[in-house]
Design a binder for this molecule. Sequence first.
Ligand code: SF4
Length: 337
Amino acid sequence: MRRVSKGRRDVARYLGLPSYRGDQLCEWVFDKGVTDPDAMTNLPKDLRPRLPDLLGPLSPPILERSAGEDAEKLLVGIAQGDAVECVAMQRPWGLSACVSSQLGCAVGCRFCASGKDGLERNLAAEEIAGQVMAIAVDRETPGHVVFMGMGEPLLNLDGVLGALALLCDGHAYPIPEKNVTLSTVGWARGIDRLAASGRRVRLALSVHAGDPDLRAELIPHQPDPLPVVLEAARRYEEATGRRITYEYALLEGVNDGTDQARALAGLLDAGAHVNLIDVNPVEGAGFVPASRGARGRFEEVLASRGVNVTARRSVGGSADAACGQLRARWVRRNGMR
Ligand code: SF4
């Protein structure tokens, strides 16, 4: 039997009903794709017409949009009058949803807007899956989901595993588990727990520096130091059979030198796969993407050491904002902080 998640209990408690009513409501919305309260025949007749007033729209409302060339950033309404960012990305292989797992982030990467003000709260499973639902209702059901929005997914693993149950085991918005990627700065206990959960999702591990000291500067509140994370990554590969992708944001004059490329190659096994990312400029952060020349030299060093390299263009820029900035502006405009 499916575990009752915190989000479902909250819904039921808020309505003053037993917890199984929260389950019933969420089954209609997520398993069956039904958002019309009149069609929810196992809910009390007098409750159904009151649901929109009590809970707001059952399909998460899209409050704002910021459209780019091949991506659209959406601000989706969630509980307590708040909002969360997700991105609908048109990829060569189909529609992908980039979702957030937390409001804010405790990790505080220096080049990221999401971590500027710390962590506000974890998102409930339904709030994470609701972002995919909002994209599905607005466009079509995405074929892929990436956890690369606000938050560190391993630090909200209960919420993430609950969302995977809703998305990968449900019927309304089916996402094949193999098409789910979690992007993480790495936390050994979280990685081991994810492997033990039986979910076979892809992990994208944000390295950002081959030198552990430089990494600690760029990721001030990293849950574990790099060597510990890399060991956990190897265990994950062995346990799940899924290859890890290593992510590296190339920052001009910070981590884009050939010495850093050599340090990175020295940490990875031959045949490892590195994604070089162009970061979006964040107001006041003082980082700019590496030059084309520096990128080329970095790639050459990695390739000469048997490391596979691809470039991942950051879609946030084409959608007119780095991760976290659309919500930050909305929060300021609405005087919420
Ligand atoms: S990059 Fe990810 S882990 Fe780092 S602060 Fe931003 S959301 Fe958090």
